[in-house]
Ligand binder design. Structure first.
Ligand SMILES: *[C@@H]1O[C@H](CO)[C@@H](O)[C@H](O)[C@H]1NC(C)=O
Ligand SMILES: *[C@@H]1O[C@H](CO)[C@@H](O)[C@H](O)[C@H]1NC(C)=O
Ligand SMILES: *[C@@H]1O[C@H](CO)[C@@H](O)[C@H](O)[C@H]1NC(C)=O
Ligand SMILES: *[C@@H]1O[C@H](CO)[C@@H](O)[C@H](O)[C@H]1NC(C)=O
Ligand SMILES: *[C@@H]1O[C@H](CO)[C@@H](O)[C@H](O)[C@H]1NC(C)=O
Length: 202
């Protein structure tokens, strides 16, 4: 509502193109977050039905903010801030539908049964994430180099998986990292040196 009011003021100043742009931008934001959660639910196996409360039939603005594990920027706006889906017994691959939660800053999928590899383009899926916890799953393959492009990361937990290969030394470029854990995998080689590192465990 504030945006609309604001855009009306702008309209007076600059004409109607801006109004259209702003309103389109807004409704897109909402729809894509719903699309995001829907595709995550569809792509994961949920043997204990934790995600049953994710009912997409009711289109009330802000309804997804009351779904289990979903935290929004504002309680009445369908824009996901954090997703906490830990210890739910979820199975399947890393849900790439997450790319449509475009305002996400935190993702916790720890202590589930996720398998397969971490997507190589993860930095494109999680552009603004500050906290990523994929620990205690069954993820295999290598740690993607592109994680080094998630430049807002301050906490990265990948411990207790089946990851192999070397830890990308580029991760040392993450200037905000304060928590980094990759213990209990099958990794080899040197460990990156972080500029700022208070809570480090291999
Ligand atoms: C949608 O949810 C809102 C809030 O819980 C409720 O007031 C409304 O009746 C629901 N609408 C439908 C069509 O179920
Ligand atoms: C993201 O949303 C767009 C359109 O809303 C869709 O075409 C695309 O497949 C979605 N991405 C994923 C990974 O689901
Ligand atoms: C990420 O990679 C997957 C499969 O490799 C692809 O389907 C998807 O479109 C890619 N997403 C982006 C945002 O690049
Ligand atoms: C990471 O960022 C670098 C420099 O901006 C870019 O060249 C590279 O393509 C990016 N990689 C991925 C996987 O996004
Ligand atoms: C760990 O990796 C090595 C080679 O990199 C392989 O020989 C070994 O079988 C792996 N161990 C497990 C438990 O996956």
């Amino acid at each position: 509502m504030k945006m609309i009011l604001f855009s009306r003021v702008l309209t007076l100043l600059f004409g109607s193109h801006i109004l259209l742009l702003l309103i389109c931008g807004m409704s897109n934001g909402t729809d894509t977050d719903i699309y995001c959660l829907r595709s995550i639910k569809d792509s994961l196996e949920d043997p204990y039905n934790y995600l049953n409360s994710w009912d997409f039939n009711n289109k009330t603005e802000g309804l997804i903010c009351r779904f289990v594990g979903v935290e929004c920027w504002h309680p009445n706006e369908n824009r996901v801030l954090n997703l906490r889906l830990s210890k739910m017994g979820l199975k399947g691959q890393f849900p790439s539908g997450i790319e449509n939660c475009t305002s996400l800053t935190g993702l916790d999928l720890s202590s589930n049964q996720l398998s397969g590899s971490i997507p190589t383009n993860i930095s494109k899926l999680l552009k603004f994430v500050t906290s990523l916890d994929l620990s205690s799953n069954r993820l295999s393959g290598e740690i993607p180099v592109s994680l080094a492009n998630c430049s807002y990361l301050n906490s990265l937990k990948l411990d207790h998986n089946l990851l192999t290969g070397q830890i990308p030394l580029q991760l040392g470029l993450l200037s905000r990292i304060s928590t980094f854990s990759v213990a209990n995998n099958n990794l080899s080689g040197p460990v990156p040196t972080f500029q700022k590192c208070s809570n480090f465990s291999r």
